[in-house]
Design a protein around this ligand. Structure first.
Ligand code: ANZ
Ligand code: ZN
Length: 876
């Protein structure tokens, strides 16, 4: 055994041992694990080239869970794969002139090595790679099935078109309305795309987040609920006689609106439509100013959060519709806050009770008519007040027959009247839109469709799957290279056999991530996307990933699962039983600012801090030139702030166990984690102490036969056992609830206790160190593996990997002595240590003999009351 801790040697030894015994291969129904399966999985990484600290944290949490559960008898699965399709590969390809495939595969190889150096318990035999045909074939298969069942359909959608580069751009490639490469003004184009009917599942998706996913964080459930955005209200029409150029009534003479507040219908003073609404388009034909305004609205954001905060603008159309209940004429405006994609793209304007309408009416001097009141409230048009829109306390007023009704009653009454007139009814509206899955990009799953001059658009027959994506294209920024790739394009029509052309759009990469975690369960399955092994592992017991995926990825994955269920491929409703969203990794930022205000960011590794005598940072200088840099505050590690810490460099310097220990210790998994160089050094110092203790005790422990349990024969042994089992009890509770930071602090306490118990008997020491090593093992698997071997535990009991989780021994917790408080006339005056189980007489004698207490006693006390185990009250 080496006398000094050498992480490089230790980690190499442990990792090659695991490799040799194929330690992490998970087998269904493995008889070694009586507690059954546990599927713990991290969100799959994009193969960007190297691991970042967010990955390290995510996978370490997963790995700690794995090792802990395995020692507790569970058959645990921890798989890994690659979200290998997507735009960054195309961008990198353009920058380096290599095909995305080549860039992606070499990144994967590199990142896999980095993961291996972390000592993760990954079953690599289940690795999946989204850009491999054996995987994406099943995306295509599902696409065809969904198309056949009408769950996927085609309609025109709006895309960003760059007229210079002649290409469709993703939203993030549009910067201030211009193409990111060409700088050209972006146009909106309508092109045919495929959509998946996720809205058909909106109710079920909502019902489950509401109350059937107790293992999910409240916050994520709320985010999903808001994204689905269910609103209950009334959809009704304002009749009109407005005719288009051909003399046809526009929309059959009915302008429909959706409202959640039909109880305010008598307060309507205007109507507003989106710029894309047929009435807006009609009015713009003869009104150039309105046409210009409509164009401006269309350029604006379509993000709903922006809608709430942006300035409300509008313009009258000069058109009027009829109020369905009063018969009054209502003027139609175009409003920039009305979304064409929500409801009917038109709203009834009730300025008195809707905050947006209020702002709009104030700005354009439209009438404001109060139709809602509430107990003890005064209405004034001077400024908006919260209660104007509060339906929980509302009472209808100024509304004729509806006066005095509460919200729910008023909704029913108005809905009934609309229904009687044939103009409307109650309706549920969702904010959720169908999922557009077409992307006009090369690096993705080819959509398996064929365009034939005679037959139209024809699905690829199932037997011809997969449609293989060529891997040798280099995109050049001028659109999808598949459009010029003859060998890919050319095919025969499956229906008539004539020469035809393949679809060149590919699928949104959210398709890949919607079911990869099920492919892990069934590697190599070639008859179906998953096989019976999936029934064993799924649903997943614990999913771990970033909060940034709380909405879209999780929603699409849940939707996809429900489709698979409806196709009879799986038997469960929800894929992820428990969800953990880990916090972000933060680090200090450093910068210099030039005269023009442009900031240059310095990596923390290239900066020296000057500290004051309390160790607080006073200032910072660049290591390169010794000149001052500004301290910019703690922020999420990112390229843009150059404050990332390279895990590979950390592992090289301190070893993987230090990096793991630091990230687990620095904060609980769900909280943000602040990087700290001195924290890392502290973690490393601790591991050196762990080694030193093992080295010092190696002979004593081996000589005792490396027992895992002891019945202490010495007093020092008893004290040691009591201390360690007490800490173990708390740590055991913490590790179960994924509070890994306090598990590490428990390890630190245990080592202190062990170090100060040199007099304890060898068996107690052996037991104690074995408890300690097993508790530390999930967090620092390498050093504990090697120490377990070096101290003879492996020889006596097998690998630490398979060792039983340490159990609290209730006998060890029992105290042989207890401390009792002493009161004189009810006032606390001192305390005394007595033997546990001591009789009343000896307790009384001990209390009376206590010096601190004697000062308060004269003569014989009147009475002595003993509360066993706690307190002695002397009455004088
Ligand atoms: C009149 C009204 C009065 C409204 C009132 C609210 C309060 P949620 O709850 O988010 O579903 N609305 C309807 N369609 C719209 C569209 N295409 N673009 C922008 N806003 C639209 O919101 C429903 C409310 O949003 C509807 O109820 C409507 O305004 C507006 F005191 O109708 B309300
Ligand atoms: Zn044909």
């Amino acid at each position: 055994m080496q006398d000094k801790y050498s992480p490089a040697d230790v980690e190499k030894a442990a990792q090659s041992h695991w490799k040799a015994i194929d330690a992490y291969k998970a087998v269904e129904h493995d008889p070694r694990f009586p507690k059954g399966k546990y599927y713990a999985c991290s969100m799959l990484p994009y193969p960007s080239g190297k691991l970042h600290m967010g990955h390290v944290r995510n996978y370490t949490i997963n790995d700690v869970m794995y090792r802990y559960l395995r020692m507790n008898g569970y058959n645990v699965l921890m798989p890994m794969g690659w979200d290998a399709f997507g735009m960054p590969a195309e961008n990198a390809a353009m920058a380096n002139n290599v095909p995305p495939a080549q860039w992606t595969y070499s990144n994967i190889a590199h990142m896999r090595e980095q993961m291996e150096s972390m000592g993760l318990a990954i079953d690599w035999s289940r690795e999946m790679t989204a850009c491999k045909p054996e995987y994406y074939k099943w995306n295509q298969w599902m696409f065809l099935k969904m198309l056949e069942k009408g769950i996927i359909y085609k309609k025109t959608g709006t895309v960003n078109w760059d007229p210079v580069d002649q290409t469709v751009l993703a939203n993030e490639q549009v910067v201030d309305g211009r193409g990111w490469r060409s700088g050209a003004l972006i146009e909106k184009r309508e092109i045919p795309m495929y959509y998946a009917r996720i809205t058909d599942y909106a109710d079920e998706l909502l019902a489950y987040v509401d109350d059937k996913l107790p293992g999910w964080p409240e916050r994520v459930r709320t985010m999903q609920t808001n994204w689905i955005g269910k609103s209950t209200g009334v959809r009704f029409a304002f009749p009109h006689q407005i005719k288009d150029a051909d003399g046809q009534l526009i929309q059959d003479g009915k302008m429909y609106v959706f409202t959640t507040r039909p109880d305010t219908i008598m307060g309507v003073t205007f109507a507003a439509v989106a710029a894309e609404h047929p009435l807006a388009i009609h009015a713009a034909r003869t009104n150039p100013a309105l046409a210009a305004f409509n164009a401006e609205c269309k350029l604006g954001s379509v993000i709903e959060a922006d809608m709430a905060t942006m300035e409300k603008k509008g313009m009258p159309t000069g058109l009027f519709v009829t109020h369905p209940l009063t018969g009054e004429q209502v003027e139609v405006w175009v409003g920039n806050y009305v979304l064409i994609t929500y409801g009917d793209g038109a709203v009834m304007g009730v300025p008195a009770h809707d905050e947006r309408d209020f702002a709009f009416a104030k700005k354009y001097d439209l009438p404001i008519k109060q139709v809602i009141t509430a107990e003890g409230k005064e209405f004034s048009t001077d400024g908006w007040q919260e209660w104007y829109g509060d339906k929980d306390i509302s009472i209808v007023t100024n509304s004729g027959k509806y006066d005095g009704l509460r919200y729910a009653e008023a909704v029913d009454a108005v809905a009934a009247d609309m229904e009687a007139k044939g103009l409307g009814e109650k309706k549920i509206t969702f904010r959720l839109r169908d999922w557009g899955i077409s992307r006009q990009r090369y690096w993705g799953t080819p959509i398996p469709m064929i365009h034939c001059g005679d037959c139209g658009v024809v699905p690829v027959p199932e037997k011809d799957l997969p449609v293989v994506l060529p891997e040798d294209c280099v995109p050049d920024g001028t659109g999808n290279p598949l459009n010029k790739y003859e060998a890919f394009l050319k095919c025969d029509c499956p229906q008539c056999g004539k020469p035809a052309r393949r679809e060149t759009d590919t699928m949104d990469t959210f398709v890949d991530s919607s079911w990869y975690y099920m492919r892990y369960t069934s590697p190599g399955a070639d008859k179906a996307m998953v096989d019976e092994r999936n029934d064993y592992w799924m649903p997943m017991d614990q999913y771990i990933g970033g909060i940034e995926h709380a909405v879209m990825h999780l929603l699409y994955a849940r939707f996809w699962t429900k489709i698979m269920r409806d196709f009879g491929l799986v038997k469960f409703d929800e894929p992820f039983t428990n969800l953990l969203t880990q916090g972000m990794v933060l680090n200090e930022t450093y910068y210099r600012e030039d005269a023009a205000g442009k900031k240059t960011w310095f990596n923390p590794a290239d900066v020296d801090l000057t500290l004051d005598d309390k160790g607080r940072p006073q200032g910072a200088v660049s290591k390169a030139d010794g000149q001052a840099v500004n301290i910019g505050g703690t922020e999420k590690m990112s390229k843009s702030k150059n404050n990332g810490i390279d895990p590979a460099a950390q592992i090289g310097e301190y070893g993987a166990d230090t990096a793991r220990l630091f990230t687990m210790f620095a904060s609980p998994p769900e909280q943000t984690l602040e990087w700290s160089g001195s924290g890392v050094e502290g973690a490393n110092r601790f591991l050196r102490r762990v080694w030193a203790f093992g080295y010092a005790q190696r002979e004593a422990i081996a000589a005792a036969g490396s027992p895992l349990t002891a019945a202490a024969s010495s007093d020092a042994g008893k004290t040691l056992r009591r201390e360690l089992h007490k800490v173990l009890q708390q740590a055991d509770y913490d590790i179960k609830r994924i509070q890994y930071n306090t598990v590490v602090s428990a390890c630190m306490k245990m080592l202190n206790t062990l170090e100060s118990a040199k007099d304890a008997d060898a068996a107690s020491l052996s037991e104690g160190y074995a408890i300690f090593l097993r508790l530390l093992n999930p967090v620092a698997p390498h050093i504990t593996h090697v120490l377990w071997e070096e101290l003879g535990y492996a020889k006596a009991h097998g690998d630490i990997l398979n060792a039983p989780w340490p159990q609290v021994d209730p006998a060890a917790l029992e105290q042989s002595e207890i401390e009792m408080m002493i009161q004189v006339n009810g006032k606390l005056r001192g305390s005394v240590v007595v033997a546990k189980g001591a009789d009343k007489a000896s307790i009384e004698a001990a209390a009376l003999a206590n010096e601190a207490v004697q000062k308060f006693i004269e003569g014989t006390p009147k009475k002595i009351i003993v509360v066993p185990g706690k307190l002695i009250n002397i009455v004088v």
